[in-house]
Design a protein around this ligand. Structure first.
Ligand code: PLP
Length: 460
């Protein structure tokens, strides 16, 4: 038997199933038109395999579900909060744990606490909600990721790395105006690409030399740790748990969406080492999220997050999780479908520029490709290109990112190998017919985070 199949087999079996509907081509044609050719606006009953996101869509374990029953719903001082606090301290190593309803709640608070209007926040490529909260707090975001990250064909093993020269230039050009460096683990917008431990430590050292803090977006830090274990000289073979701790130790705090790595349906937190910053954050917490012992989560949610955190750093779990992503990616790569390489941690990113070279970027090729994919077999993906990039906060011009991608995101512990096979078959079918795919025209554009609710129509 081929070894690669054996190597990522799931360390679990299925106890409960949820039925999904298989639709006809006519039904899908109607559904995508009603959704304005935006996969975010589809109803989930019309979707067969849902690869929109890995956010909150994972399958919780029997232990997490039984934890839900044990949730302490006290308004103040919930036992579930203290179990969450202990799990965060144990696994990530930070001192102060501030619960939030999800990741962006933590981003809102840390941005408001640390940023003064006119500040500059450098980061390894942007994430949609992270950058928006920084901008709404008055900062300008500067991308300091290595150039290779913007090249879909570069096979650099750590495309999430920060370019230290770019970072130092930002410090030198903006003395006293850089409150923190915003570093993401497995950079989503670059295709789920990891940062190396050596680079993370170098960023921390450089930032501290300039008196600047480092805030980690730890949303997918366990997946990042797995790539370090597999690829980074000197770190090979260390456990994911140890590497997660090391990555977090090279930061002053983190924001976390517990809907990703920790396999909860909702939840998040902000974690910090500095007592004064934590106190300022707690002051804002009661305004925007809730009391510091629930922060927008029910007791049962905190319980599920606490248990999910422990499950998320098990080597067997991560190996199977990323193994499944690699399985799908390898199938597509072998079929000649243009995808971002190396294959990332949480999904496969189709390179829409190479896929649809006849569709100019102003005609939203990745959006059009996501709609075409849905039409073929009911598989829902997400645009990560010009629509997601939005408009420049100052000029109002459309930002034109180099990467024009469609993300097939794999939820954790949800789909089978046969689902991955069907997905690969559908992408290959659409690739065969790519010349018939036309671009789109935007007919409705929301002001903020437009990709969520924008509407389109096909171009003639
Ligand atoms: C999802 C995500 C966030 C935001 O978290 P929410 O829970 O969706 O609010 C922030 N950063 C990254 C990298 C994410 O993937």
């Amino acid at each position: 038997m081929p070894l690669e199949r054996r190597s990522w087999a799931e360390p679990f079996k299925i106890k409960v199933v949820e039925h999904v509907r298989i639709t006809t081509h006519e039904q899908r044609e109607r559904a995508i038109a009603e959704a304005g050719y935006n996969t975010f606006l589809l109803r989930s009953r019309d979707v067969y395999i849902d690869l929109l996101t890995d956010s909150g869509t994972g399958a919780m374990s029997d232990r997490q579900w039984s934890g839900m029953m044990l949730g302490d719903e006290a308004y103040a001082g919930s036992e579930s909060f203290y179990r969450l606090e202990a799990a965060v301290r144990r696994v990530y190593g930070y001192t102060h744990v501030i619960p939030t309803h999800q990741g962006r709640g933590a981003e809102n608070i840390i941005s408001r606490v640390l940023i003064q209007p006119g500040d500059v926040v450098p980061g390894n490529m942007y994430f949609t909600t992270t950058r928006l909260h920084q901008e709404m707090a008055g900062a300008r975001f500067v991308d300091v990721i290595i150039d290779e990250a913007h090249d879909s064909s570069s096979e650099h093993p750590f495309k999430g790395d920060v370019d230290l020269n770019k970072l130092e230039r930002v410090f030198q050009e903006n003395p006293g105006r850089v409150p923190y460096v915003s570093v993401a683990a497995t950079v989503n917008m670059a295709g789920g690409q990891p940062i190396s431990l050596a680079n993370m430590r170098a960023v921390y050292e450089l930032a501290h030399r300039y008196g600047v803090k480092v805030i980690l977006d730890a949303t997918r830090v366990a997946e990042n740790a797995w790539f370090i274990q597999q690829r980074e000289p000197g770190q090979l073979g260390r456990s994911v748990a140890e590497l997660v701790k090391d990555l977090c130790a090279a930061s002053d705090g983190c924001t976390m969406s517990a809907k990703k790595d920790p396999i909860a349906n909702i939840g998040g937190f902000l974690a910090l080492n500095d007592a004064a910053i934590a106190e300022a954050a707690c002051n804002l917490l009661v305004v925007f999220e809730g009391l510091h012992t629930y922060g927008g989560m029910a007791g049962r949610d905190m319980e599920a997050v606490a248990i999910g955190i422990e499950e998320s750093i098990q080597d067997d779990h991560i190996r199977a999780r990323i193994g499944q992503v690699l399985y799908l990616g390898e199938k597509l790569r072998k079929a000649g479908v243009p995808i971002v390489l190396p294959i990332g941690g949480h999904g496969i990113f189709l390179d829409a520029r190479a896929f649809l070279p006849h569709v100019p970027q102003e005609h939203y090729p990745a959006q059009a490709l996501a709609a075409a994919l849905y039409l073929d077999a009911g598989i829902r993906a997400m645009e990560r290109g010009i629509v997601s990039a939005g408009r420049d906060a100052v000029t109002g011009e459309e930002r034109k990112p180099k990467l024009e991608l469609v993300r097939l995101t794999i939820p954790r512990r949800v789909y089978t190998q046969a689902h991955m096979d069907v997905t690969a078959e559908s992408v290959c079918e659409v690739f065969e017919q790519r010349e018939s795919i036309r671009g789109l025209r935007m007919t409705f554009e929301p002001k903020l985070l437009r990709f969520f609710q924008a509407r389109f129509e096909p171009r003639q």
